[in-house]
Design a protein. Structure first.
Length: 386
């Protein structure tokens, strides 16, 4: 979803210079900030003329006058070339799958638009990494799910992603984020920050500390299951609701974007994250954290849509850990937000000093709501798998 934040003249000029590295001599109609991500700086570039007419390289997407320009956050992604390598491996694999066995509906993959020299990114003298990606025309994203039909589409999107990558050997993908979605590691980071003692005690901070202390065992459930029960596959890594694009006319899911975290891992982190973000109608940014609930009907819709595509490759053990996956990933994100708050907001973009504290409260409240509906959620998993 676009954000119409105006750029100052200096920012405008700098971005125009970067655009020329990808599309030399292309007249720019408009530059605007785009999306609601917490990591990379993203811009939607609109050209005065058709992109096809201006691009000198091998253009993978026809008839578009828009594209995405992003500055990769090197504080988070310390090896941007490996990130781009993973995206290319993923995109080429899925393209081949779709050519061999087309889906019966629209499904698109963001394509890398190379520089004039044919590189996947541009690195400035200051060490900034920039990349351009195709824009999925006629699409939109949502921060929350409006109804059960959209929930099914969210599930379909993740199921399609896993289906199309089910035969992509995860060993081909570089580990671009060491420790990402390894929940015990986040717990250790939290304990290290906590040991430093530099924190302002408040009722909210005290609540979060007690919450984490009471649920430390959650951090180990999925990782322990790697010992013979769950296998690593290709994962998206961040399949929250606003990373799924919907066709503006049909309202059907057409793509999953934000592919920086595509790597090897447990698909349960993906399943859990999709349900975590999709079943919270108040969204991640609400300050009314005490009113946050895990919506059981949306959970049913997402799982129905997901399992309709993913049942062909899921094992009995995979099904057995879906409920735990929802709890674990929600707890993990709350832990990460809380740790970042205690560390001084150095990872996630924060609009004010308490922002990551409020984000953590939302996730912890969601964990509690999930736990209070354990029997109902497990029954949905059983019913949806039939």
């Amino acid at each position: 979803m676009a954000q119409n934040h105006l750029l100052d003249q200096s920012q405008q000029s700098s971005i125009e210079e970067i655009v020329q590295k990808f599309l030399p001599q292309s007249p720019i109609a408009n530059i605007q900030r785009f999306g609601s991500g917490n990591i990379n700086d993203t811009f939607l570039i609109s050209l005065k003329d058709n992109l096809k007419d201006n691009f000198k390289g091998n253009l993978p997407v026809q008839h578009s006058s828009h594209f995405i320009l992003q500055q990769i956050n090197t504080a988070v992604f310390k090896k941007p070339p490996m990130v781009m390598q993973n995206i290319r491996i993923y995109a080429e694999h899925v393209r081949d799958r779709l050519q061999a066995s087309p889906l019966d509906r629209r499904w698109e993959i963001p394509q890398i638009l190379p520089t004039e020299e044919g590189h996947d990114y541009w690195q400035t003298e200051q060490g900034e990494f920039w990349r351009s990606l195709s824009f999925i025309e006629g699409s939109q994203s949502f921060d929350v799910i409006a109804d059960v039909e959209r929930a099914r589409e969210v599930g379909y999107a993740l199921g399609t992603f896993h289906h199309l990558t089910s035969d992509l050997a995860a060993t081909r993908l570089a580990d671009t984020l060491e420790g990402f979605h390894i929940t015990p590691r986040y717990l250790r980071q939290y304990e290290q920050i906590l040991a430093k003692g530099n924190r302002h005690i408040s009722p909210e901070v005290d609540y979060c500390m007690r919450f984490v202390s009471d649920r430390q065992g959650l951090a180990h459930i999925l990782e322990d299951a790697k010992a013979g029960k769950l296998q690593e596959r290709t994962i998206h890594g961040d399949p929250k609701v606003n990373n799924i694009l919907f066709d503006r006319q049909t309202q059907l899911a057409v793509s999953i974007i934000d592919l920086d975290t595509v790597k090897s891992g447990l698909i349960h982190y993906d399943i859990g994250d999709c349900l975590r973000s999709g079943c919270n109608l108040r969204g991640e940014e609400t300050e009314q954290w005490e009113d946050v609930t895990f919506e059981i009907e949306l959970c049913q819709g997402i799982l129905q849509g997901y399992l309709a595509k993913a049942s062909s490759f899921l094992t009995e053990s995979d099904y057995a850990y879906i409920y735990d996956a929802i709890r674990v990933i929600t707890f993990e994100l709350g832990l990460r937000f809380f740790t970042d708050y205690l560390a001084g907001n150095i990872y996630f973009h924060a609009q004010h000093p308490e922002h990551n504290l409020w984000r953590s409260l939302v996730q912890f409240r969601l964990v509690a709501s999930i736990e209070s509906q354990e029997s109902a959620i497990k029954q949905i998993i059983v019913d949806s798998s039939k």
